[in-house]
Write a protein of this length. Sequence first.
Length: 290
Amino acid sequence: MRAWRRRVLLGVPIALLAAALPGRTGQQPSQPDRCGSCHAGVDRQAAESSPASLHAASVPCEACHGDATAHAASQGSVPPALSAPRCTPCHERIAPHSRWKGSVHEKGGLQCASCHSIHGNAALAGAMVRPSLLSRPTESETCFACHAAVRHAQTQRSTHLFRDELGRPKVECSDCHDVHGAAGGGEALLARPSLNDVCYTCHDELRGPFLWEHPPARENCAACHAPHGSNNAQLLTMRQPMLCHTCHMGDVHVAAIGGPRTGWEMNRSCVNCHRRVHGSNHPSGITLQR
C-alpha cells in the first residue's frame, strides 16, 4: 500500500469513528478482562502489532463483535452477537474503502478477513507491510493467493514486479490497482481512469501529445505489452516482428509476406528503423523513425 494511504489510514481518529458505530448507544462498555481471560492470544497479537493496537486501544471488542454479555456468561457456549467483524461502518468513510460495496472483490465473496488479520498477527511482526494488517507477509503474496497467473508472471523474463537486493518488491499491486474499489469501475480495479493513465504515472515520457501518433500506443498500452510479465523483452505480448505484423502486413513494405527480408528482422527488427514506436515530435517523423 502506498505511503500516503498508510498515513491517511493511520491518521484517522478511530475512536471518533468507533463512537459513531450503529447500535452502540446504551451498550455496556467492553471490558478487556472479560474478553482477554479467554482470548488471551488475540490480546497478545494486538499488543505486538502496532496498527492493530489502534483497534485494541480505541475500539472495544463489542463494537465489532456485538454485545458479549450472554457469550461471556455462558463461557463461550452462546456465540457472540456478530461472529464476523464489522469493518465497513468505520472504514467505508475512508476512500477507497468507500467504494468497496459493489466492487469486483466484494461481488466475488471476499471479506476484509480474506486479506487482513483483523487483530494483527504476531507471526508477521517483522513484515514490511505490517501497517496494512495483511494476513500474509507481503502485499504481493496476499494478492497471489488468488491471482496465480500474476504470481507466474514474476518469474518471467520481463516483469513489473521488480525487487531490490533484499528481495523486497519495488512495485506493488496497489501501485496500479485499487483493491478496495476503483473510482472508474472496471474488473481490473485500476487506480486511474484508464490503463494508459496508470502506465503514465511511471512512463510519463510516453504520455504525449505527439506530433505523429502511433494509434495503438495511444489507445491502449496492452495492445503491445503484457503489464504483469512476459517472456519477451520489454513486456511485449509477442516477439518482433510478429507483433508489428499483426497490423502491418500485406503491403509493399519489407513486412510483406515472402521475399528475402531476414536482414530487416534481426536484432530489434522493425525498431531498427522505426525507433519512436510510441510517437514522434520530429517534423519528419511521420514514419516514427526519428
